[in-house]
Write a protein that binds this ligand. Structure first.
Ligand SMILES: [Zn+2]
Ligand SMILES: [Zn+2]
Length: 435
């Protein structure tokens, strides 16, 4: 049994989010995509919280579903908070995910935030003046089962280790509370292989979620939970509890679940992978940065330093291809781990709508075909990760099967993203004479 989890997304109460993003919309897209576990997002928002309390029923401790629904999608109470504060003489901006074990714990957190003067109604992802460390301290005092996970840890703005307003280490940010940071979320612009080069991450879970602002973006990155081997027989078919999920992230050997693998963007597709200035049309690779420096030749200001470069600055070793294992499963999907299999593996994927746009070269046609496939054939993740090429070809055509094969075999070309511009995918690069 595999449970696909996406624990970072936003509701319509957060800025720049689709007006359709309510619990039903989140559930509907999770079902189409084959995501089993999602978060509510934004539960501290004063308009959204009553909707959550009203619409959800608890199916196992800390795990909920929409009342009367049988789509098989379960929710946990998860949100994201933006802390903007001064520490060590610098302005810091850090986004943290917060998971709560119960509605009553959410109420206590909301009370505590309001007492500290937080404005919770302005935005579903509120900005508070409380430091990440003080926030964590406050949460642990309320309930030690609350979990805080730094989000998109490398993004230049708002990432804990980001180049613009982050720290140089988890330790620098959380000081003596660092041991309570059990996991990190890596964001779209980095993948586990890059993160295995960071010493501080070696005993922490490396997780990936979508940070979706609309249904179609859900699951663009996700974490797959599997049954803990030793416990497999007793627990078959039980809906997990909040503790089972958090236990997996804490790498607790007694938890029913463990992290099986993560589903990742090709990091080049992320919008902060490499460095540059989009308005000045300047894009620098790590080598360019070394050669030409960090000043923009057009506007003379400092470039937005991408994740690739920031990560290599903070890494303690370089992992080469020779140290990795690339394993192809029975449907040709490539799993990457280290040679000794000590790391949780990952797969890199491109969203089905993006693949279809490459196949049809027409967005309208691609979206129609997407609906036909996920409504009539299989969930998006079944198509991307599990269906054989023959099955895909018989339902979706030869070119789609070819495209998915190229992605599963990691042969798609991606022009790297930079300074807020997403990378550009080319599955069938004509100019390279491949197809
Ligand atoms: Zn964020
Ligand atoms: Zn510039």
């Amino acid at each position: 049994m595999e449970l696909i989890a996406d624990f970072q997304l936003h509701s319509k109460y957060a800025r720049a989010v689709s007006k359709y993003m309510d619990l039903r919309e989140i559930e509907r897209w999770a079902a189409l995509k084959g995501i089993h576990l999602v978060v509510t997002g934004d539960w501290q928002h004063p308009k959204y919280f009553p909707e959550i309390v009203e619409s959800l029923e608890e199916v196992n401790s800390g795990v909920f579903k929409i009342k009367g629904s049988d789509l098989g999608v379960n929710f946990i109470l998860g949100t994201e908070i933006s802390s903007i504060y001064k520490q060590g003489g610098k302005v810091r901006k850090v986004h943290n995910l917060i998971f709560s074990p119960s509605i009553s714990t959410c109420e206590k957190i909301i009370d505590a935030l309001l007492k500290k003067g937080a404005n919770l109604s302005a935005d579903g992802r509120p900005i508070i003046g409380i430091s990440s460390k003080n926030l964590l301290e406050m949460l642990l005092e309320i309930d030690e089962n609350i979990m805080l996970i730094p989000a998109h840890i490398w993004t230049p703005w708002f990432g804990l280790l980001g180049s613009k307003s982050g720290f140089d280490s988890i330790e620098e940010c959380f000081e003596d509370l660092s041991p309570y940071i059990y996991a990190i979320e890596t964001g779209l612009s980095s993948d586990p292989r890059m993160n295995w080069q960071i010493k501080e991450f070696e005993h922490r879970s490396i997780l990936s979620f979508s940070d979706a602002h609309s249904g179609p973006k859900m699951g663009r990155e996700a974490t797959v939970l599997i049954m803990n081997n030793e416990l497999r027989i007793d627990n078959k078919n039980r809906i997990p509890t909040y503790s089972d999920i958090i236990g997996a992230f804490k790498m607790d050997r007694n938890s029913m679940l463990e992290v099986g693998y993560t589903i990742e963007f090709f990091p080049e597709e992320g919008k902060y992978h490499t460095s540059g200035h989009r308005n000045c049309n300047i894009k620098y690779s790590s080598e360019d940065l070394k050669r030409y420096g960090e000043t923009c030749p057009v506007c003379k200001k400092t470039l937005t330093i991408g994740v690739e470069n920031r990560l290599s600055e903070l890494s303690y070793k370089h992992i080469s291809d020779q140290e990795l294992s690339f394993r192809s499963n029975e449907v040709g999907l490539t799993f990457i781990s280290d040679k000794g299999n000590t790391k949780k593996p990952y797969v890199s994927m491109i969203q089905l709508q993006e693949i279809l746009i490459e196949v049809y070269k027409s967005k309208a046609k691609a979206l129609r075909e997407y609906d036909r496939l996920v409504l009539g054939f299989a969930t998006e993740f079944d198509i991307l990760l599990r269906k054989s090429y023959q099955e895909i070809e018989s339902f979706g055509g030869e070119r789609l099967a070819q495209a998915i094969q190229i992605v599963r075999e990691r042969k798609a070309y991606i022009e790297p993203g930079y300074d807020g511009v997403f990378g550009k995918i080319e599955i069938f690069p004509k100019d390279k004479g491949l197809f």
